[in-house]
Design a protein around this ligand. Structure first.
Ligand SMILES: Nc1ncnc2c1ncn2[C@@H]1O[C@H](COP(=O)(O)OP(=O)(O)O)[C@@H](O)[C@H]1O
Ligand SMILES: [Mg+2]
Length: 414
């Protein structure tokens, strides 16, 4: 499809088909439109001669005439190129299309955004989260060390490529990046910029934002990767209010399998007061490097085994007496050959209000239930093999009582 030229009027409004597919930009041919964000459209392009592929980001026609948008675009191009992190795509070129739209030619990023992965399959595995958060933290630590704050970290801006050995992560969109010191920033104090679900509270309040805002946003992104849900949900306005007034639900309350060290780091990153967050993105990267890669084991249920020795002894004695009687009667009759094995089914003793249980050894999960030794019974003449009373198949464990979720009461004869 060949696009017609889009001429921008004074207000920046586009009036015609704006697609670039099929057109040439410099030495590159535009192959397909990949996606669109808040500022630009992204196209897949290929070099005419050397056939290398790249991404072309073109300002949306609606904002293409805005001086502020163009300035941000330039900041984005410079910032991502100057950081020099393997986790931030490099810019190769900057220019203007014949219709006046500014464009950036940059490294093509392959893979899937974390937002797409979350939408497809919910929460991610701990090992993957460790890899992703670690690489994003490395990228942002490099940015911060060059005085650049991203300010719009979110799952959609984190792309993960699993095609090579080990995941390779890229951080996109320095479009609202701020270059410290503040003189270079385009955002005035008192103005909110960012994505409500992930931005830091100080960003909501329009205060000065620094590296701590990226720490918060990466924490919010990690929270969603761990739990499959955003830290705060609802309409953007209520999300902004909620994050000013409350903390998200603790991670292990939603997902007990998340290791405590992981939950602790992520929740600290999301502290409402920036001073209470980890001191730097490097500190975050170090903490993440020490995360375990396996989920936490499920909490061991506490076994409380109520023994009722008098009940058990009674049952076994009754079984023995019945066995002796059966055997003796068979011997007396003498006619029919005695069966090789006499099976005696012993009904399980009934359970009633038991006296308080005796002191027990420390409870052990999955400990076998050991019945007390059987009382001595007279040996019946002639000796016959008697199969011991068969245990009843175990019944499902009773549901824990309300308010004692991790205490499982197991009565072996219930
Ligand atoms: N270098 C790239 N390579 C491949 N896809 C990209 C690249 N940059 C952006 N994209 C795609 O375009 C989407 C929007 O890009 P983004 O930089 O966030 O644009 P905007 O600044 O308009 O929000 C991304 O989520 C991603 O899917
Ligand atoms: Mg974007």
């Amino acid at each position: 499809m060949t696009a017609t030229d889009t001429r921008l009027d004074g207000s920046g409004a586009a009036t015609a088909n704006r697609s670039l597919v099929g057109r040439r930009v410099g030495h590159y041919r535009v192959l397909e439109r990949l996606n669109q964000g808040g500022m630009g459209e992204i196209y897949l392009v290929e070099h005419d001669v050397i056939r290398t592929r790249a991404a072309l980001k073109v300002l949306l026609p609606e904002i293409a005439a805005s001086r502020e948008a163009i300035d941000r675009f330039i900041v984005e191009a410079r910032a991502s190129s100057s950081i020099g992190s393997p986790h931030i795509p490099r810019c190769h070129d900057f220019g203007y299309l014949p219709d006046g739209r500014a464009y950036v030619l940059m490294e093509l990023v392959e893979g899937e955004s974390v937002a797409a992965t979350l939408a497809r399959s919910g929460a991610l595995a701990i090992a993957d989260i460790k890899t992703i958060v670690g690489q994003v933290a490395d990228a942002l630590a490099a940015a911060h060390e060059r005085g650049i704050v991203h300010r719009d970290i979110k799952p959609e801006h984190v792309i993960v490529d699993h095609s090579s050995a080990g995941a390779s992560v890229k951080v996109l969109d320095f479009g609202i990046a701020k270059v410290l010191p503040d003189s270079a920033t385009r955002t005035q104090v008192g103005m909110f910029m960012g994505t409500p679900a992930y931005c830091a509270p100080e960003q909501v309040l329009g205060e000065q934002v620094g590296p701590a805002a990226d720490i918060y946003a990466l924490g919010a992104t990690a929270y969603e990767m761990l739990t499959g849900r955003r830290p705060f949900n609802g309409e953007p306005a209520s999300v902004l209010t909620l994050k000013l007034l409350s903390d998200p639900v603790p991670i292990t309350e939603l997902c007990p399998a998340v290791p405590r060290a992981v939950a602790a780091t992520v929740q600290a990153m999301m502290a409402r007061d920036p001073a209470l967050r980890p001191p730097s993105m490097r500190a975050v990267a170090s903490a993440v490097a020490a995360w375990p890669t396996e989920p936490a084991p499920p909490p061991a249920p506490t076994l409380v085994i109520r023994r009722r020795p008098w009940l058990i002894r009674g049952a076994i004695a009754a079984a023995a007496v019945i066995a002796v009687a059966v055997v003796a009667s068979a011997a007396r009759q003498g006619a029919a050959p005695a069966p090789e094995i006499v099976e005696v089914a012993v009904p399980p003793p009934t359970v009633d209000a038991a006296p308080p249980p005796p002191p027990l050894p420390p409870p052990v999960a999955d400990a076998p239930v050991v019945a007390p030794p059987a009382p001595a019974v007279p040996t019946p003449p002639p000796p016959k093999r008697v199969r011991p009373p068969r245990r009843q198949p175990p019944s499902p464990p009773p549901r824990p009582a309300a308010g004692s979720a991790d205490v499982l009461i197991v009565d072996p004869f219930q």
